[in-house]
Ligand binder design. Sequence first.
Ligand code: SF4
Length: 209
Amino acid sequence: MSNLVYFLGQKAYINITNACTNACRFCVRDIKDNVKGANLWLDVQNVSAQDVIEQIENSAQKVLEGGEIIFCGYGEPLIKFEEVKKICQYLRKEMPELKIRINTNGHGSFVNKKNIVPELKGLIDSISISLNAQDEKLYNELSQPKFEGAYETMLDFARECVKCGIDTTMSVVSKFQEDKYPLDVEKCEEIAHSIGAKFRNREWIQEGY
Ligand code: SF4
């Protein structure tokens, strides 16, 4: 079984799918097959919650020591919403002191054809949503979403998270081919704050994140 649970520094990460509704130009999926040594390409596409839970149990001590577990891998975790919920329910019951975060592109409600945010409330401690750009045009160029209206979908998702009281951060990847993709970090920060979210600017690094 592939690395469904991996560690970067102290923290544990869950890599539950390789599918994504974006194809970001800076995505490490397209650049290499490992993040700091953890091979995240899944050799099975139908990963179940139980598969992930087994790997968490196998490294339970290490997971707990990190203090936080993060859904983040070579794909969009909320495409596997039902599995994510089951894993969170398991973690809340068995490791209640562990913080849970989801890193997402914000397309989860679109993909699942319903507003999933109220169901996430209480199951996670925080969410980080890829804002990626100050407007739809740059977003489409940078993230190459696979459906129309993806930028607005992502903004709506962030608004919903804030409304539901989830600790919400919106992020950008700066210093990535700025001549071709002119990111306005200040404007992005304004957008995040106008929604009521925190803001994070992560500089692009060749080795992946
Ligand atoms: S949303 Fe994340 S996983 Fe999907 S293509 Fe962009 S960087 Fe990669």
